[in-house]
Design a protein around this ligand. Structure first.
Ligand code: GYE
Length: 325
């Protein structure tokens, strides 16, 4: 990318003019330098808000100018944002794809423009190879495995003979939804006590978690032994619904969540849920390191997974440090 600073400045000034009026849609870089365009999915959860904040902070620390767009849970908005980043001639494009499919065309455009693309958090499925350089995000399959392993240990501890599970899943066709489901299902499938009564789409959103839980309680009532929820937001939506019945969450119903944000850790400490698998939103530093490497034409790793742990009633929950998201 052999553009002069003057060209960059003109580009930024033109874009400032272009985007005036789209209140809140774009945060403009305030000085020319290494420019990263990042399309975030939305603000659906504490995880997502923590992830956005972390990327903003890291960009500042690393001295990288950030154009951040929030897609408000809409894939079309993400595609439009990526097209704007291309028009802007950013140095690197990063995005967290809301779903796995439908990215081929826009990513071909980025490739033709010579702009490297980094996936943050979630993966994609493309027909063509080589449209992205690197994925920085959690091993969602392993998160599902850790949730399943906890449940097997808990069933052993309680001496359960039959375990009826309801699953509230994340957004359909998204990587965390598919992998958290698969890792969990594969882990419990060898245990004849385990039965999944139903998996239902909660879209990673609190109000949907509550709605799904109401439906599941109406349909299966006291048959439910376990709620496996793909994120904290849906878990926090489901909890009060269980508490409206005579069943006590954390005791009569085993609750397993994923993310391990502060609110979920607080309800774990209260004994209202039993297990939270960590999914860290702190991916900003890794992203900035990759941006520098790409800019310098260096090789980058294809996949970077952070290390994650499990928080549960098997440990001294009061020793859990503040989570920061
Ligand atoms: O678990 C959820 C968020 O993709 C890992 O998306 C992320 C998930 C996270 O909204 O809370």
């Amino acid at each position: 990318m052999l553009r002069s600073t003057a060209f960059r400045l003109i580009g930024i000034m033109l874009s400032l003019l272009l985007f005036t009026g789209c209140a809140g849609a774009v945060e403009e870089p305030d000085e020319p330098g290494l420019l990263l365009g990042f399309s975030q999915i939305g603000s659906e959860s504490a995880w997502r808000i923590g992830n956005t904040r972390d990327i903003e902070n890291s960009a500042e620390e690393y001295g990288i100018s950030l154009m951040l767009e929030n897609a408000n849970q809409n894939q079309e908005n993400q595609i439009d944002a990526i097209r704007r980043f291309i028009a802007y001639k950013v140095d690197v494009i990063a995005f967290s794809p809301i779903v796995e499919d439908g990215w081929d065309n826009v990513l071909m455009e980025a490739k033709e423009a010579g702009i490297p693309v980094v996936l943050v958090d979630r993966d994609i499925r493309t027909e063509k190879e080589g449209l992205t350089t690197c994925l920085i995000g959690a091993d969602f399959y392993n998160e599902g495995v850790m949730a399943g392993q906890y449940l097997i240990r808990k069933a052993d501890e309680l001496g359960l003979e039959e375990v009826n599970i309801v699953e509230i899943t994340g957004t359909q066709n998204s990587t965390p939804m598919e992998q958290r489901q698969a890792g969990f299902a594969d882990t419990i499938s060898s245990d004849p006590r385990m039965h999944i009564l139903e998996s239902i789409d909660g879209d990673f959103i609190k109000s949907r978690g509550a709605e799904c839980m109401r439906y599941l309680l109406e349909t299966y009532g006291e048959e439910i032994d376990v709620v496996y929820s793909h994120n904290d937001e849906m878990t926090l939506g489901a909890l009060p619904e269980i508490e409206k019945t005579s069943m006590i969450p954390g005791k009569d119903i085993i609750i397993i969540s994923i993310d391990a944000g502060q609110e979920a850790i607080d309800v774990l400490k209260d004994g209202r849920i039993n297990c939270v698998v960590e999914c860290t939103p702190n991916l900003g530093d890794e992203l900035m390191e990759i941006v520098f490497k790409l800019k310098n034409g260096e090789e980058v790793e294809a996949v970077i997974h952070p290390t994650e742990q499990v928080f549960s009633d098997e440990m001294d929950v009061n020793s859990i440090a503040p989570r920061g998201y």
